[in-house]
Design a protein around this ligand. Structure first.
Ligand SMILES: NC(=O)c1ccc[n+]([C@@H]2O[C@H](COP(=O)([O-])OP(=O)(O)OC[C@H]3O[C@@H](n4cnc5c(N)ncnc54)[C@H](O)[C@@H]3O)[C@@H](O)[C@H]2O)c1
Length: 346
């Protein structure tokens, strides 16, 4: 019989999605889960009676059958939980953002190097089918010189969403608001697609429509070392949840998508029918998660990639140093908005 990876999950909010993905994978066994809330553990027992349940993370890590752990606790706890797991000899898949500060995130990289364990980070939007041709058009040079980008995460979240769990919208555990939590996915896509390191960030932020400590709106001008510029808006105030705009313009073409829905595909060398064919092929659903946090898609791909990384003895597709880039940009936005000054990167 083929070998299966012993998989575990800590934190059963979005972590339920990780648990489901591991349970349905034919290359893994969902060995254990951990959460502080008994009702979440009961739900797992109901769905997967063989899975062990824990309220104490340290106890779960002692289980020798656990080889890899998905870390899906509140964002400000990611590094502590990931380092603990790697020190216990477990591979980790960490939810986004990798942690809320670059310093904390670097602890994960340090532990990975020290222990030799594998560490991956969940930025599942890179798996949206339309992202591959868009990224390819940049990397292959087909779009020519990337001139500018326009990114806008116009989502909606209720006050109840923030009140639930108590950690969302706090600097200490969420590390921010609409940008660090919801839009960090699109920050990751931006830095990946613009294909250049950031040179500087100039931003403003506001709390428009929620009782939270951080922000529910940011607007930024981001300059890249390549000379390209991007505008970036994030919000959880756009009722009822509008879109995730990913728009890139180069000297030889223009591409626009709303998350997994390709909306514009124009190239100087395109055939007459290419755009029509591409829009049909990558029709997607648009930004479902703009309206509803439970509609984020793509976790099964990321969990399967982690499982394959263990079996094939390779790195997961998004490693800590890659995920740290978006955390650095997000924190530069906050610093610029707080100080009123442009933040320059090294
Ligand atoms: N990739 C995505 O699309 C996506 C979507 C949602 C959330 N997330 C990320 O996942 C993480 C969790 O977010 P969420 O919305 O699921 O939060 P949540 O509050 O719904 O769930 C977090 C869970 O962690 C548990 N927990 C807290 N402390 C614990 C501890 N010490 N030991 C064990 N369990 C503990 C809580 O009881 C809770 O069930 C965040 O970092 C968030 O940014 C990612």
């Amino acid at each position: 019989m083929d070998r299966k990876v012993g998989y575990a999950v800590v934190g059963l909010g979005v972590g339920m999605r990780h648990a489901e993905a591991a349970a349905k994978s034919n290359k893994a066994n969902l060995v254990a889960v951990c959460d502080l809330k008994q009702e979440k553990l009961d739900k797992i027992k109901e769905l997967y009676p063989e899975t062990l349940t824990f309220t104490n993370y340290d106890e779960m890590l002692k289980n020798p059958d656990v080889e890899a752990v998905s870390i899906a606790v509140p964002s400000g706890m990611h590094a502590d939980f990931a380092v603990k797991a790697m020190n216990a000899g477990k591979h980790v898949l960490v939810e986004k953002p990798i942690d809320i500060t670059v310093e904390a995130a670097l602890k994960i990289e340090k532990a990975r190097l020290k222990t030799g364990m594998k560490a991956g980070v969940v930025h599942q939007n890179r798996y949206n089918p339309d992202m591959t041709p868009m990224h390819d058009a940049v990397i292959s040079g087909r779009i020519g010189k990337v001139l500018f980008g326009d990114f806008a995460v116009k989502w909606h979240r209720t006050q109840e969403y923030y009140d639930n769990g108590g950690w969302r919208g706090t600097w200490e555990m969420d590390g921010g608001g609409s940008l660090m939590n919801q839009a960090v996915h699109t920050v990751d896509l931006m830095q990946w697609m613009m294909n250049s390191d950031v040179e500087s960030v100039t931003s403003q932020m506001a709390i428009y429509n929620h009782k939270i400590e951080t922000e529910d709106f940011t607007a930024s001008l981001i300059k890249f070392k390549s000379g390209a510029v991007a505008t970036f808006i994030s919000t959880t105030c756009a009722y009822p949840g509008i879109s995730t705009d990913i728009r890139i313009y180069g000297s030889e073409g223009s591409m626009e998508a709303d998350q997994d829905k390709l909306k514009l595909w124009k190239f100087t060398d395109a055939s007459e029918t290419e755009e029509e064919e591409m829009l049909k092929k990558y029709a997607g659903n648009g930004a479902a998660a703009a309206l509803d946090p439970t509609l984020c898609i793509g976790h099964s791909y990321v969990v399967e990639d982690m499982i394959n990384a263990v079996l094939e003895d390779r790195d997961p597709s998004i490693v800590p140093m890659e995920a740290i880039k978006s955390v650095r940009i997000v924190n530069a936005v906050y610093e610029s908005a707080k100080t009123g000054k442009t933040v320059y990167f090294d």
